[in-house]
Ligand binder design. Structure first.
Ligand SMILES: Cc1cc2nc3c(=O)[nH]c(=O)nc-3n(C[C@H](O)[C@H](O)[C@H](O)COP(=O)(O)O)c2cc1C
Length: 185
């Protein structure tokens, strides 16, 4: 069984990216599950806070990453890059640096995202690449999913209502899960 941890980079209740993450959890191929994690409660990174001990929310999220086989980042796009809250959460997971190999090295990581705009988080997904490279992850490049015009893809309750996107999501997840399973062998 392949287990993947998914994180949405938005804290908004009506988030398109959190809706995409929930849709992903319901669209996994056989033999794989997607756990929906959260960055909620992760404080702003402050070296003085870290010096007093790692926050409990950070320790818990880090151990959830370690316990799963792959990580799926569902990223919004802010000003053609990743949102600060999402980067902040990942930055915390890289502390202390001695833990980076255990948490990130060779870990399969996929990136998808949704935006009401026309480019579907293309630049945000690209902005994550140097981060994934520097952490030594095994970034997945076998597929891509950029959900544009997201206000027409999800209904008011956050349900995925666009069947074309559902098929694209399933295809992405099938490829990513195959990649994650191959990394386990
Ligand atoms: C500070 C800020 C900057 C944004 N910049 C972009 C952008 O560069 N490209 C884009 O497609 N959408 C941009 N947006 C719109 C977001 O894509 C939109 O708010 C989206 O709903 C955020 O994701 P969420 O629904 O998961 O919260 C921006 C939104 C905010 C708040």
């Amino acid at each position: 069984m392949t287990t993947i941890l998914g994180l949405s980079g938005s804290l908004r209740a009506g988030s398109f990216n959190s809706a995409l993450l929930r849709a992903a959890a319901a669209s996994m191929p056989q033999g794989a599950t997607l756990e929906v994690g959260t960055i909620r409660g992760i404080p702003l990174y402050d070296g003085d806070v870290e010096a007093q001990g790692m926050p409990e929310t950070v320790v818990k999220l880090k151990e959830r990453v370690v316990a799963t086989d792959g990580l799926l980042l569902v990223t919004p796009e802010y000003n053609n890059s990743m949102p600060g809250v999402f980067k902040n959460a990942i930055d915390w997971l890289t502390r202390p640096p001695a833990d980076i190999p255990r948490v990130f090295a060779k870990r399969p990581v996929g990136i998808i995202g949704a935006s009401p705009g026309g480019f579907g988080t293309l630049l945000s997904q690209t902005a994550w690449l140097p981060v994934l490279k520097t952490l030594g992850t095994a970034a997945y490049f076998g597929g891509r999913l950029q959900v544009s015009r997201a206000d027409g893809v999800f209904d008011a309750a956050g349900n995925l209502v666009d069947e074309r996107i559902r098929e694209q999501l399933k295809k992405y997840l099938a490829g990513f899960c195959e990649f994650v399973a191959a990394a386990q062998r």
